[in-house]
Structures are given as C-alpha cells and as structure tokens.
Design a protein. Structure first.
Lengths: 341, 508
C-alpha cells in the first residue's frame, strides 16, 4: 500500500500534488497579470495611479465580503444574505451618522460590524438548530433583511450632504499612500487567512466542511464553530456596508442588491471548493481582485457590459472545472503512488 | 497507551460499563449490560446484528447517553455529554467506516483537536509533522504525513485512526469491526499493532464477526443477544460452537444447509472468456438447480469474471451463452432481460438506494413491468414487496421505511428480494454473507438452497471457505485470473480448495 511512500522515489509525486494544489492561486495570479498586461498594452492609462486606485477601492468592499463568504463556504455552507446585510448595515450606519454627525468613524464601524454580526447569528442559528440547509435559510433571510431595510427606509434615502465630512472622506483618506478602505480589506483578508490557516478553530472549520459526520465524532464543537462562521460572514458584510456608505455617500434601501452573487463568484473563482474543506481565504480575495480587474479592463477596452457578465459566468464554470480536474489528477497521482507496492 | 502499566499494583478497570440501558422510542437497544475493560486486555464484544453492540460503542464514544446505569473511567463515574468528553477521558473509537477528513493532510488528521501550538497559539506545523512521523515509526508503518487523507486504503485509514488514538493518549481503544474490509496481510499488520498497544497497557475492545480473529487476539469475550448481556468469559474457556450457541441462543448444526438437487438443463455457458490483464481463458457451465461457487484469494479475478458475464465490464475474448443463446457482451440490460440477476458485493453502494423505502427498492428493477400506462401505483408496489419480504423473512418495521434503517443482514435480504422479484433464471451473488451475523447468514444460505431446489441456477462468489464447501455443488477455484481447479462437492475439502487457490499441488 504505502510502503513506497517512505522511499525518496515517491517525493516527486508528492511535489506534483503540492504543486497542483498551489496552482489554483497561481492560476489566478497568472490570469490577472495577463489581463493587466493586455489591457495596459492597448490603453496605457489603465496603469495610471488613479485607475489602479479605483480598482483597489472597488475590490476592497468585495474582498471583505469574500473573506467572510469563504469561511462559510469552507464549512460546506453558503451565505446568500450578504448583499442584504450590506444594505441593512449601510442604511443603519448612514441614518445614524446623519442624525449624530459628531460620532467618530470607529463608532460607525462598530455598529456596522454589530448589525452584520447579529444578522449572521440569526443565519447560523436557523441553519444549525432549524436543521435547514444554508442555501434555503440565507435565501430566506436575503429577502427578509432586504424587506426590513425597505420598510424602515420607506422610500427615503440618505444623501451625501446629510453625512458628516469625516465619514465621507474616510473612503478616500490614505495612510502612507494606501487608502483606508484598501488597508481594511488587506487586514481583513490577511487576518482571516491567518485564522483559517494557523489556528485550531480554522482547521476545525476545514474539517467540518471536509466531513461533517467525522467532525461531530471527533468532538469538534460544531455548533459553536458554525455560528462563528456565519457571524464572521455577517459581520464582514456589515463592515462592508459601512465602507459602502462612506465610499458612495448616497444610501438607499436597495444598496448592495445582487452583490451576493458577485461575492460567491469571487470565492469560487478564488479556488474555494463549493463542497467545502478546501481553498484559501486569500485565494477568495484574489478572486475578488480578478473580478474587479475584469470589470475595469472591459470598460477600458470598450467592450459591452453584457460581455462582462458572460465572461464572469464563464470564469465561474472554468473555476469549477479546474477544481474537478485538479481533484481527478490528484486522485490519479495518489493511486499511482499506491500501486508502487 | 499513555505510559507503561504499573505492574506492582493490582490494576483497576480502565473502563466499566455498569448496568446500562438505552432505548430508542419503543425499541430497547441495550438492557442492563455490564462489563469492564482492564489494562493490557483485548476484550471481544460479539453478538448478532442488532444485538446492541453498536449502541454500546456509541455510548462509550459519547454519542449516546445511557438512559439508566453509568460508565466509569478508572473507577470514577463519568458522564459524557459528547464525543469530546469521551475523548478527554482517554477513549478512542475506531469506527467500521473510518472517519477521517479527506481534504486535510494525514498529519492534520492525527493532530485534530490537540494540535501542538506555538507561543502565539498558532499551530506548530513542524511539530505536528514530526509527531505524525514518530507515531508511524512506533506503529511500524509508512504513510506520508503530508499527503491528504483522501485516497488512502481502508487499512491505512485505520492505521491513521490508531495513530490519532495514540496521539490523544487514549488508554481505551474501541474497534468496531475493523477487519471487515481488510485483506489477510492488512489484518495481520493491524493485529501486530493492536497487540503491541495491548502489551503496553491499553485496554482494547474488539468487535468482530470472525471467530478466528477473536481467538487470535482477545483474552476475554462478552456476548450479547437482543440487547442483553449473555456472558463474559475467558476466550480460552469457550469453543467457537459455544460462542455461536450463546450468540444465537440455539444450535446451528444446520449452518450450511444445501439440499441435494437434480441438476437440470444448462443455463450458462462461459467459453474461453478473457480480459487483458485481468483474467484469461475462463470456461465453465452452470445448470439449473445448481449452486456453483467461485472461490479463490482476494484479487484472483472472481468478481471481475462475473461482472464481465453480466455485462457490467467488457471482455476481449471468448463468449457467453445463456439458455442456449449467445448473450450480448457489455450490456447489463440484455443480461437482465434474458433472465440474469446480479447481487453485488457492496450492497450499500451498488445494490440499494438507502434513502428510498423498502418497497421502492424491491420493485426498482421491475418498475416498468408494474406500471400501468406509465404510472407506478403504490398498491402494486406494496403487493409485490410484501410477497418477497415475507418469503425472505425480512425483519422490518414498515415497507415504507427507508432501507438505510434496516440492519445489514436485512438489507442483504432486500437486495435479494429486489432481484428475485424479476424471476431470474440465473442468480449471481457476490459475497452473499459478508458483514452479516451468524443467524442471518444461515437464513441466507437456507434461502439460496431452496431457490436452487426450485430450479434456479446460482453462481456464488465467496471468500468464506466453510460457506463455499457447505453450499456449492461445484467449486471453481480461480488463481491469478485463470481457472486453477474445478472441484465437485465430493472432491472439495478446505485443503484442496486452498491448495488450488494458492497454486500448490493437491496432495491426496
């Protein structure tokens, strides 16, 4: 069986396996580079400071949400309510800031995180204790949260001129030349990646997605971890709501409608397996960057919006096919290893 | 497995089960069972399917809580709220189907739950890797700690489970039918590892249907029947017959009751069948009323031959004639239409749809014939299913229950019912009694025998020699893909079959 594994002869096989796993993120980076080079060649303005800044700012909100979504997807669940949570959080924070212009930015961020966290907790409780699949639960709460926002807003919107200056400039302010928004996205993606990679709770989330039954039998605190995953996803969507309000200034009840699909797309394109257990958070962040760059470069190349949608769709299918292919090749190389004996 | 046992003191029981009871609804799964596990002991737990062994395992694992009675770890009463508590108390369970995380590396699987940490409470991957390497060295096995658990053989998965138990410093190791899916060599390796652990002072609870394994490994045995404790004895004091009698509660002198039958017309003629690299030049015939056994070692190509005959796999050379007419190659549909039925070895995966009801499963191959104007009516299905489940004496609650809720033996009967409902002329059964208990085994044998008496031709692929010798009219022994011997019932003995299977000369 595995007697051959200890001999040096099998280390190439191991390297192949390791290499294949790494190709997922590498593939995204290559695609990004190719896209940027091609676009910049036909229009050098694509690489101007302003253009890059715009791309990064646009990526930031998506990447924050993708980080949370990746955590949920790794546990073999999904959170479709994130677009609505963003809307709810953005409207809550915008209303609060217009009513109390003296509140500091930190308060806005805290309230956004809290609103999202509570929404995520509700999702988690329904999934775990209601024993309803996450797809159904979060599809329900997608409409629920949106409905709450609509009935609360009652057709009103918060305009930029009602918001305090320090709130609006937050989106564009920089520290050491890096916009706050981008910095927050980097910290979120980096922090969640670290948590998932190097901490026990992160590995338990992977284990839960890899085999839910085995996770129960292994004595993993499945309920606690699952609620945690949904709270993280919700809270990060709430945080994204604050960033959204600060960046765009005008917030109505429809903010973030349909965004959940972009988030799921970023996660899947970023190499997180939809059946859980594998993929990385920073891969999901790269996925968000790739989707945003595609959007920008198609605009720069003057290609119809319609194609943008079609290309993103094709990318998702490509990503899933690549997953399948990698899985098959790994299985084959492992079988080859076994047949040495 | 923690430390070496302290031989100077009389060792107290590592684990005591004190008069536990557990019911699920109206079904009393376990009633008043008590036994103890001592350090350095391998203790067998046996009983027919449904005797309550699995419930005991799940209580020890912290999955179920006893209704009454209690568990005690090293003399102190323990109440497990979940698997984490049982693990913390030093109890490790190796389930029949291993429970690894396929996407994670072997090292991570072993460390899950108590990974070594650095000062920042991050996982220390280096230490995790070297732990795994050290454990494998101690077990004397070679598994790459960095490879994902996906793709490991069942045997290797079990070794990883044992390494997991070692790393969590478990003193009590519970093994639920660990050998069911292993080959001989793998069983030997597992036993070597298990004996070493036992001798280091661990208590091992070993659940198995194979008596030769129990006598080889265990010192004491606890026998259960219908959820009740029958006895706990030294293995050396009981003969296999005693064990069976106490498990079943009756004598099983009629363990393999093949009735003598008059062989009728030739049903199946296989001529020079061959498939590159798998089997070659296979010829045999089967007549109505006959049971023909395909014997041989695992990997000799027995299942492959029958799958080629049935059309699941292709063959390169030769021909198959069925009822005098050539049978289309590579088409299970043609084989079924002609009157062949194949009961596969892995009934969970290939034979049944676990979520569907018993009646649906029984009538599945016949849904077209039962349908009226393309619609399938419940009443017709039920009638058909009732007939067959009663004939096979299947124990079930309602016909509408999902098949997955039945015990292994009864699932096997449902698979049989499913194919018998098609009124086949030839029945191919692959390992008909693997993983089912002694009592049900006898029933399956009686059933096959009575089917043959009614004129059905039966081909049985089996690894169990007593079954082959007791049931078959003729035995075809395969070795490395070719026919090593054809023996009649009179010629066949345990030795002659084994000699042929292993390529030795038969010494008369």
């Amino acid at each position: 069986m595995t007697a051959a594994l200890a001999t040096p002869a099998t280390s190439p096989a191991r390297r192949i396996v390791g290499g294949l796993v790494k190709t997922r993120e590498l593939g995204i980076i290559l695609a990004l580079v190719a896209l940027v080079v091609y676009t910049a060649a036909s229009n050098p303005r694509f690489l101007s400071g302003q253009s890059i800044r715009d791309i990064l700012l646009n990526t930031a909100i998506l990447a924050v949400m993708a980080a949370g979504q990746a955590v949920v997807v790794i546990t073999r669940n999904i959170d479709l309510s994130v677009g609505s949570v963003l809307g709810l959080s953005a409207f809550t924070v915008a209303s609060m800031m217009s009513a109390n212009p003296g509140l500091p930015m930190v308060a806005a961020l805290a309230v956004g995180l809290a609103v999202g966290g509570v929404a995520g907790l509700l999702n988690g409780v329904l999934v775990r204790y209601g024993r309803v699949p996450a797809l159904v639960v979060t599809l329900g709460t997608l409409y629920m949260f949106r409905g709450v926002t609509y009935s609360w807003a009652g057709g009103q919107q918060v305009n930029a001129d009602e918001l305090p200056r320090h709130f609006l400039t937050f989106a564009n302010d920089s520290i050491l030349g890096i916009p706050w928004l981008v910095l927050i996205a980097l910290v979120v993606v980096g922090g969640v990646s670290l948590l998932m990679r190097n901490y026990r709770v992160g590995r338990e989330l992977y284990a839960m997605g890899s085999s839910p039954q085995a996770a129960e039998l292994a004595g993993i605190k499945v309920a606690r971890n699952l609620l945690g995953a949904f709270i993280v996803s919700g809270a990060l969507a709430g945080l994204a709501g604050v960033l959204f309000a600060a960046r765009f200034g005008t917030v109505d009840a429809a903010a973030g409608t349909g965004l959940e699909l972009n988030v799921v797309a970023a996660v899947v394109v970023g190499g997180v397996a939809v059946f859980g257990g594998s993929g990385t958070v920073w891969g999901a962040g790269l996925g968000a960057l790739l989707l945003t760059v595609i959007g920008s470069s198609l605009t720069v190349l003057d290609i119809d919006q319609f194609w943008q949608q079609a290309i993103i769709g094709a990318l998702i299918i490509l990503a899933i096919c690549a997953d399948r292919l990698v899985a098959v090749r790994i299985a084959r190389s492992l079988r080859k290893k076994d047949s040495h004996v | 497995m923690a430390a070496t046992p302290d031989k100077s003191r009389p060792s107290p029981a590592l684990l005591e089960v004190r008069d536990v009871t557990k019911s699920f609804g109206a079904v009393a799964a376990v009633q008043g069972v008590s036994f103890s596990l001592f350090p350095g002991e391998a203790h067998a737990l046996v009983g027919e399917n449904g005797a309550g062994k699995s419930t005991i395992v799940k209580m020890l694992a912290g999955v179920h809580r006893p209704d009454t009675g209690s568990l005690a770890v090293s003399g102190t009463e323990a109440d497990f709220a979940g698997p984490a508590d049982a693990k913390a108390a030093g109890i490790a369970v190796i389930y029949q189907e291993p429970t690894l995380f396929p996407d994670l590396s072997v090292a991570e699987n072993i460390a899950m739950g108590n990974q070594p940490l650095t000062r920042l409470r991050q996982i220390d991957r280096k230490a995790m890797h070297s732990n795994a390497t050290r454990l494998f060295a101690r077990l004397g096995v070679h598994i790459d700690p960095d490879r994902p658990a996906r793709g490991l053989s069942i045997a290797d998965q079990q070794l990883v489970e044992i390494a997991k138990a070692l790393s969590s410093e478990a003193h009590v190791l519970i093994m639920d039918e660990p050998t069911a899916a292993l080959s001989g060599v793998e069983v030997d390796r597992l036993f070597a590892v298990t004996r070493a652990l036992r001798d280091e002072g661990a208590a091992i609870m070993f659940i198995s249907h194979r008596f030769e394994e129990i006598t080889a490994l265990c010192q004491r045995i606890t026998i259960m029947r219908d959820g009740k404790h029958v006895c706990t004895e030294l293995v050396a004091d009981l003969s296999v017959d005693d064990m069976i009698r106490r498990m079943v509660g009756r004598d099983l002198s009629t363990l393999f009751p093949k009735q003598d039958t008059e062989a009728g017309e030739t049903v199946l003629e296989v001529e020079g069948l061959g498939r590159e690299g798998v089997f070659r030049d296979i010829s045999f015939t089967v007549r109505a009323g006959e049971i023909v056994a395909l014997a041989g070692l695992v990997g000799a190509g027995r299942s492959e031959v029958m799958q080629a005959v049935f059309g699941v796999d292709k063959y390169d050379t030769g021909s198959v004639r069925f009822l005098g007419k050539p049978l289309k190659a590579g088409s299970p549909r043609a084989a079924m239409a002609a009157g062949m039925a194949l009961v596969p070895e892995d009934r969970r995966q290939q034979g049944l749809v676990m979520e569907l009801s018993v009646e649906r499963n029984v009538t599945l191959p016949r849904s077209r014939a039962l349908a009226r104007l393309g619609l399938l009516f419940g009443a017709a299905e039920r009638r058909e299913a009732t007939t067959w489940t009663q004939q096979l004496q299947t124990k079930l609650g309602r016909l509408s229950d999902p098949v997955g809720t039945l015990s292994g033996g009864n699932q096997q009967k449902v698979v049989l019912a499913k194919w018998l409902a098609t009124n086949p002329k030839l029945l191919i059964v692959d390992e008909p009694t693997r993983g089912i208990d002694v009592g049900t085994k006898a029933e399956v044998h009686r059933l096959m025998s009575s089917l043959a008496a009614r004129g059905l031709a039966v081909v049985m692929v089996s690894s169990e020699l007593p079954e082959v010798l007791g049931m078959a009219d003729r035995i075809i022994v395969l070795r490395e893909g070719h026919v090593a011997a054809q023996l009649t019932r009179a010629e066949a003995t345990e030795e002659s079959v084994m000699y042929a299977a292993m390529g030795q000369q038969v010494t008369p």
